[in-house]
Ligand binder design. Structure first.
Ligand SMILES: [Zn+2]
Length: 450
């Protein structure tokens, strides 16, 4: 089923990723137009007519489309071209060098997510060449969106496109980053496919009190009032909510684990037993924290300010709180949960907000992903993932698109690698990169034949 030149894929995807890493698109400032121009030139060579749309000077988004038969609505491949900053002094090889050492391509964006951009570029080329060579066209248009600005929220990227040019990217399904990493629990291998993503509802709390001299304390001090609220917020778990993705995640992991662990995992689905069951599971502390944040809305205090001089009691103190909300909840629901913890002396002011999203776990695309992974990794299980952080998925989901995050990373190569995302020494193996192209090619091919 692979086009005749598939054996060139390894060289092509490697070369594109090296070049993309060398184009520094650290956001801010972004300058994604330099990547967009590179992608446009490659696509034009293949006969595409890609569009570059600037949301602000230098902040470019690229959209390209391969026409299918139109029997089914389009599939969107979505990605972002910006990266987070890097501190070169902490890297073994330069973060914008794109150098290859021992089979790994090094650089900022090697995983998040210029690797997926390079992969999607190769996919667009392969499907175009197949069609030009006379293979029957896909039943869906294949749209590619390489957007700017994901790392600071996507307002100038996917969010801007969804608002200003929805007709260009409107699709029934989308494939995004956010899932795909392989990992092990016990002896069993899993690949995550992101089906849901938490939203955010951030806020600021302000406590007021009486000013005064630091040498003469009183009973109405803003910092103390605020500290009491922060303590309640930080130490009181919010109510448990079992989403569809969480339930199916637990079901599918439990179904492949030994009986005693399976039983412990299933107990997590009972809100009355969740905390106790989680504490007793033989998992790492990080795994437990992640499971906990998959089952609750959370409110994490992150920025604290108040006072300017050590001998002056300030009349005001503030804290900013990173609120994260589950699919099915909006800001009003969230406020209902946190209000009782705030007390009466603290004012609440909402900051930025992004809705959560959840795509159906039982869907044709999820089934194709599962089937393709079975042929490559027969012993592995694909499980749905509720991402507690954020991607561009929410912008695209707002158009009614079912977004799935699947950027495969081989489980045996993953330990440690995924931790280099946004950290030092980010890198990906050429083998993993090629594996990603092959699996995603098959996923797109089969899904667009259905
Ligand atoms: Zn990313």
């Amino acid at each position: 089923m692979f086009p005749p030149h598939f054996h060139h894929v390894r060289q092509d995807v490697t070369r594109h990723l090296q070049r993309l890493i060398q184009i520094n698109t650290t956001n801010p400032p972004g300058n994604e137009i330099r990547v967009a121009t590179y992608l446009r030139d490659v696509l034009r060579e293949e006969g595409y007519e890609p569009l570059i749309l600037e949301s602000a000077p230098g902040r470019a988004n690229l959209v390209a489309r391969l026409k299918g038969t139109g029997e089914k609505p389009p599939l969107l491949l979505m990605g972002h071209t910006d990266v987070v900053p890097a501190e070169p002094e902490h890297w073994t090889h330069p973060p914008f060098g794109g150098e290859i050492h021992d089979g790994y391509i090094w650089g900022r964006g090697a995983i998040d997510m210029k690797s997926l951009i390079a992969t999607q570029l190769v996919l667009m080329v392969l499907f175009k060449r197949a069609q030009d060579a006379g293979e029957s066209p896909l039943k869906r248009d294949l749209i590619w969106m390489a957007a700017a600005d994901e790392e600071t929220g996507g307002a100038l990227g996917a969010g801007w496109l969804a608002t200003h040019h929805p007709e260009l990217i409107q699709a029934e399904y989308a494939l995004n980053e956010g899932g795909g990493s392989g990992y092990k629990i016990g002896d069993q291998v899993y690949y995550s496919c992101q089906t849901a993503e938490k939203g955010f509802a951030r806020f600021r709390l302000t406590a007021h009190g009486d000013p005064g001299h630091g040498a003469i304390p009183h009973r109405n001090m803003a910092i103390v009032t605020l500290a009491e609220t922060i303590s309640r917020l930080g130490n009181t778990p919010l109510p448990l909510h079992i989403t569809e993705t969480f339930r199916l995640y637990i079901d599918r992991v439990a179904a492949t684990q030994p009986a005693d662990l399976a039983k412990g995992l299933q107990t997590l689905l009972d809100p009355h037993q969740f905390d106790h069951a989680l504490a007793n599971l033989p998992l790492t502390p990080y795994q437990k924290r992640y499971l906990n944040s998959m089952a609750r809305n959370t409110a994490t205090p992150t920025i604290l300010s108040g006072g300017s001089k050590i001998n002056v009691i300030p009349a005001e103190a503030t804290v900013q709180v990173d609120g994260r909300i589950l699919p099915g909840f909006d800001r009003a629901d969230f406020e209902h949960e946190i209000r009782p913890l705030l007390g009466t002396d603290v004012a609440l002011e909402w900051l930025d907000y992004g809705a959560a999203m959840e795509a159906p776990v039982e869907s044709p695309l999820f089934e194709v992903i599962t089937a393709v992974m079975k042929t490559h990794q027969p012993d592995a299980t694909v499980v749905p993932l509720l991402l507690t952080g954020g991607t561009d998925a929410k912008h695209i989901a707002s158009l009614g698109t079912h977004v799935y995050g699947f950027a495969p990373i081989l489980w045996e190569e993953n330990p440690g690698l995924i931790n280099t995302v946004h950290g030092h020494n980010e890198r990906i193996s050429i083998r993993a990169l090629e594996f990603g192209v092959r699996t995603l090619y098959e996923i797109v091919y089969h899904f667009c034949q259905l």
